[in-house]
Ligand binder design. Structure first.
Ligand code: UN1
Length: 509
């Protein structure tokens, strides 16, 4: 069954394999190697992609450089108008693009649609933001002086995105950067190039219709090994926003830091939920299950650890067992609307799943459910009883394996919670206001995201997204994350006829 996939690909302008290779740019043919994109659903070849080589990268970079002076001079609300139209074009393409996300990445269609919705939402957010690039005004200590902040466009923003959110995380970065007056070069994960090409086509159409230079939004499809360090070491790219593993992020941050460039790093998570004695378990269990098995455990916000009060531990375990059994019956083709869990991305992810579970067993843990592969890239989501300090529990395994840990006091729960290298997302289920507020206080969760009575994943675009410690420290998406995409300037203006110095210094000539 095709689920209308071929029709969607056609409407998105993705040429399938029989028609030669699809390229990442609209305005010239790249000359790099031809790579292939396979669907994790059944391992079939979707299309071939003509990659960029180093010369192509140079051409694309120049195109971006040419576009920047034009784009940055356009008033911000006018840039917002272009982003508004991009949002509408994404609305029109929502089903097709959502289907392509499912086909190429393997998340269920509902989540594919949700991901495109995130793009639409950030477009709307960015349109509003384009009229709110606010700075403060300050009262000067000197007479007849005034002071203010200004935010100016920064330049070329590099976006390196990961396979698990092939389109949304790029959009968080790109749409904000665009209203800020920056131009964007996107290097998507080489596991999901077609999603990026489809977005690029949608955007280029809008740019063309509005006579905006094509170099405002650029796409470089290339293997990291081919691009080498060109991109991250390139001084012409003042900001690199990277999403991926902690190992990748460290490397990018080192290279960009060495040239004193700016980075936004959104890296690994080891997200936990504390289940307190008063928790409403009818709410908590679906929250846990969506967080741990949703997207087949491949969100950076996926729930990896459950820290459960001893008085309700057995009850939670039984309820989870029932829920996971139901999920087991709904593993399969993610295009099928009855499916809740699709495949993991590739054979390597299956191996990570197997390794995680065998490490748990080696350490003396107990696997309560799962520990079974189903052929292809399909695995049964698993949960097990572990100790927090075990190396395997300290690491982020990007697969649907959930760890259960018992606690007796809230203090102990928070200590276990924070005792991992990562710090992205966290949650507590409790009806006790003291516990909830303690969890959100300075002695509570050390993560960038801390929730009460909802799970760790599925954040809205309106909040700043990112985390602490090995998660990298950057913030993307909502709140005032836009400021990172701009160059800040403090202005002092003297409208008087004297030249008093600050701090009352006398300097008489
Ligand atoms: C990611 O996995 O890189 O909060 C991003 C969430 C989504 C974004 C996840 N809105 O789960």
């Amino acid at each position: 069954k095709d689920y209308g996939v071929q029709e969607s690909l056609k409407r998105l302008g993705i040429e399938t394999m029989n028609q030669g290779a699809t390229t990442g740019t609209d305005w010239f043919e790249c000359k790099g190697l031809v790579s292939e994109s396979y669907s994790p659903i059944d391992g079939s070849l979707i299309a071939k992609v003509q990659n960029a080589d180093r010369d192509d990268y140079e051409k694309i970079l120049q195109k971006a450089q040419e576009a920047f002076p034009v784009w940055k001079k356009m008033p911000a609300p006018k840039r917002g108008e272009i982003v508004r139209q991009i949002g509408n074009a994404l609305r029109d393409a929502k089903e097709d693009l959502g289907k392509l996300v499912t086909l190429e990445m393997g998340k269920i269609y509902q989540e594919g649609l949700g991901e495109v919705q995130e793009m639409i939402d950030i477009c709307d957010f960015a349109v509003g933001q384009s009229r709110m690039l606010y700075g403060f005004t300050m009262h000067s200590e000197r007479p007849n002086h005034k002071m203010m902040d200004q935010y100016h466009p920064l330049g070329i923003v590099g976006v390196i995105s990961s396979f698990n959110f092939p389109v949304a995380v790029w959009a968080w970065n790109a749409m904000l950067a665009a209203v800020c007056g920056d131009v964007i070069i996107w290097k998507p994960s080489s596991k999901v190039p077609l999603c990026a090409i489809a977005c690029q086509k949608i955007i280029q159409k809008v740019l063309k219709e509005n006579n905006v230079p094509e170099g405002v939004f650029n796409l470089v499809v290339a293997k990291s090994s081919v691009m080498g360090d060109n991109f991250i070491e390139d001084k012409r790219v003042p900001l690199i926003s990277v999403t991926g593993s902690t190992a990748i992020g460290k490397r990018v941050a080192e290279k960009v830091g060495a040239r004193l460039g700016r980075t936004i790093a959104e890296l690994g998570g080891n997200n936990a939920i504390i289940i307190a004695p008063s928790a409403d378990l009818d709410m908590a269990v679906p929250g846990i299950v969506f967080g741990s098995v949703g997207t087949a455990g491949q969100r950076c916000t996926s729930t990896r650890r459950l820290i459960i009060h001893e008085s309700i531990y057995e009850d939670v375990k039984t309820r989870l067992l029932n829920a996971y059994k139901q999920v087991e019956g709904k593993i399969g083709n993610p295009l099928d609307e009855k499916t809740l869990v699709g495949p993991v991305i590739d054979a390597n992810a299956v191996a990570i799943y197997q390794r995680a579970l065998s490490e748990v067993k080696k350490a003396g843990g107990k696997i309560v459910f799962g520990d079974k592969t189903l052929g292809g890239n399909y695995v049964i989501p698993s949960f097990c009883e572990v100790e927090n300090h075990w190396q395997i529990v300290q690491d982020e395994s990007f697969v649907p394996v959930l760890y259960l840990i018992k606690y007796s006091t809230l203090e102990e729960a928070i200590q276990l919670h924070n005792d991992v290298p990562q710090g992205l997302s966290s949650a507590i289920f409790t009806l006790n206001v003291r516990e909830a507020q303690t969890f959100l206080s300075s002695v509570g969760s050390d993560c960038g995201i801390a929730n009460v009575n909802i799970g760790t994943s599925g954040a809205e675009i309106g909040g700043a997204f990112g985390g602490e410690k090995e998660t990298g420290g950057g913030r993307e998406s909502g709140s005032d994350a836009w400021k990172t995409y701009m160059r800040r300037q403090t202005n002092t203006i003297n409208y008087g006829e004297e030249l008093p110095l600050a701090q009352g210094i006398k300097f008489d000539l």
